[in-house]
Design a protein around this ligand. Sequence first.
Ligand SMILES: O=P(O)(O)OC[C@H]1O[C@H](OP(=O)(O)OP(=O)(O)O)[C@H](O)[C@@H]1O
Length: 170
Amino acid sequence: MSPQYHKDLYISWEEFHRDARRLCEELLDRDAYKGIVAVTRGGLIPASIVARELGIRLVDTICVVSYHGEQGQQQTEQAKVLKAPEGDGEGMLLIDDLVDTGKTARTVRECLPKATFATVYAKPKGRPLVDTCVREVSQDTWIRFPWDTELHFAVPLADKARKGSQDESD
Ligand SMILES: O=P(O)(O)OC[C@H]1O[C@H](OP(=O)(O)OP(=O)(O)O)[C@H](O)[C@@H]1O
């Protein structure tokens, strides 16, 4: 976890599915869409759920990669589009799992300025860049998505506390 993140938020598959369906409910009340554009890679998972719930069969991708670069003396972070659909995105629904700093959203919006942009989760810096989201978390939270994690044995709290006090006395 990078130093700017102080909290971990673990999301289970069930929780993600529930949140993604809440997003679908909100989207149903808005316009009808010709198709979906999933922002790779995290957007592929909610895009499938949205396509199912909204009865949309046309699903495309915008393939984006984030990288670290240097500008003068400063480290910069940029998002690069590897492949985008043709057109300006009119009538299309852009789906991503998360908007964090807004770096990806800004780049994607430049490519498809007329698309509606929806994410399941949003952090304050990126929230103004998307039209809708269902769950907002603080900027210093690192979201652990279920496809990035695996089940592990959890050490009982009492054992953890005992080990902590042992470490202190060593
Ligand atoms: O608002 P930002 O700071 O740009 O962060 C949001 C982006 O970060 C994640 O993708 P990631 O860069 O981890 O790539 P991946 O989905 O291909 O793993 C997520 O799926 C968003 O696209």
